[in-house]
Design a protein around this ligand. Sequence first.
Ligand SMILES: NC(=O)c1ccc[n+]([C@@H]2O[C@H](COP(=O)([O-])OP(=O)(O)OC[C@H]3O[C@@H](n4cnc5c(N)ncnc54)[C@H](OP(=O)(O)O)[C@@H]3O)[C@@H](O)[C@H]2O)c1
Length: 333
Amino acid sequence: MDSAAMRAVQIVDLSGPASALRLVELPEPEPSHMLTPGSGVVIDVHAGGVSFPEVLQTRGAYQLKPPLPFVPGSEVAGVVRSAPDGAAVSAGDRVAAFCVLGGFAETAVAPEFLTFPLDDGLDFAQGAALMLNYHTAYFALHHRGRLRAGETVLVHGAAGGIGTASLQVAKGLGAETVAVVSSDAKERVAREAGADAVVRSDGAWKDEVKERTGGVDVVIDPVGGDRFTDSLRSLREGGRLVVVGFTGGSIPEARVNRLLLNNTEIVGAGWGAYALGKPQHNRDTAAALARMVEAGTVRPLVGARFPLERAADALETIDQRRATGKVVLDVRA
Ligand SMILES: NC(=O)c1ccc[n+]([C@@H]2O[C@H](COP(=O)([O-])OP(=O)(O)OC[C@H]3O[C@@H](n4cnc5c(N)ncnc54)[C@H](OP(=O)(O)O)[C@@H]3O)[C@@H](O)[C@H]2O)c1
C-alpha cells in the first residue's frame, strides 16, 4: 500500500446501516480540520467509537448531512502523529479525540481543543468511548441538569453508551443513581456501570422509583417516546428532566401544566451544538472527567468490537437495540 494511502469506511448512499457502507482506500488527510481550517492534530487511529448518529447518517436522518460519499466516525483513540504548535498534545502521545467525521479510518484529524491525553489506565477501545458520551453526560448532568452531590438521578437506556456514561459521571458528581433497562443482560451492564438500583422499562418502573426515592432530582432521557410522561411524574419538587435523545423513535410532547403543578423543568442538552465552538468548555470538561478517571468512577464499558471492515455489523448492533456500553471498531487490530 502507498504510504500516503489509508483504509477507511465511507457512507456511499442513504440506504441504511446494512448496505450504505464501503471499505475504500483513500489518501491520508491533511493536518486541517473543518473547525480549525489549516490546523489539526493528525492521529494514527487504533480504535473508532461507533454511535447512534452514524446509524442515522446512513439514512440521511441526522442533522449533520455531508455530501456523499463521506467517512463517518465522530471519535477516535490513537497515537498523535503530528500536532500544531501550542497544542497540549504532541507526536507519540496516546489520545482520545473528537473528530466530528472521518473516524472510521486509519488516520484522522481532530481540532487541538478536542484532543486529550488518554490515561494510562484506559486502553484504546475505552478511549474511543470517552468523548461523545462522557462529554455529553457531563454537560447534561452538570451544566444542564445542575446536579448536586447527594441528589438522585434516573437514567433511561442505562446500559447504552450515553446511559453507562451518565451512570458513571453521576457517581463522580456524588449522586445516587437509578437505571431503567429492558432486559436481564442490560441490567447486568447497568450494575457494572455502578447503578445503585435498576428498574425495568416493561414494568411499573415509575411506581418503583417513587417508592424507592420519593421522586428523583434529575432524569437523563436519551430514549424519549412513551415513557416521557412517567419520567415527569418521577420528578420530585424542583426536579429537572434532561432531554438527550430519541432512540425510542418518537419525539414526546409535554402538557406543561405538569411543570407548573409540581415546580419541575424540562431542559434540552445538545452537547455538540453547545460545545464545538467553545474550546475552553471542552478543556474544562476533559479535566473534570480526567479526575473521575483517576478516582476510578469513570471507566468506559466497551461492548461489541468489530474490525474496520465490519463497520456495518457495528451499526446494525446499535440499530437493532443490541448494543451495550460502547460499540468500537478496532481499526488497527
Ligand atoms: N444530546 C446530545 O448531545 C447527544 C450526544 C450523543 C448522543 N445523543 C443521542 O443519545 C441517544 C442514545 O445514544 P447511545 O449512544 O446511548 O445509544 P445506545 O448505546 O444504542 O443506547 C440507546 C438505548 O436506548 C434504548 N432504546 C429504547 N428504545 C429503543 C429502540 N427502539 N431502539 C434502540 N434503542 C432503544 C435502549 O435501552 P433499553 O433496551 O434498555 O430500553 C438502548 O440501550 C441517541 O439518540 C443519540 O443520538 C445525544
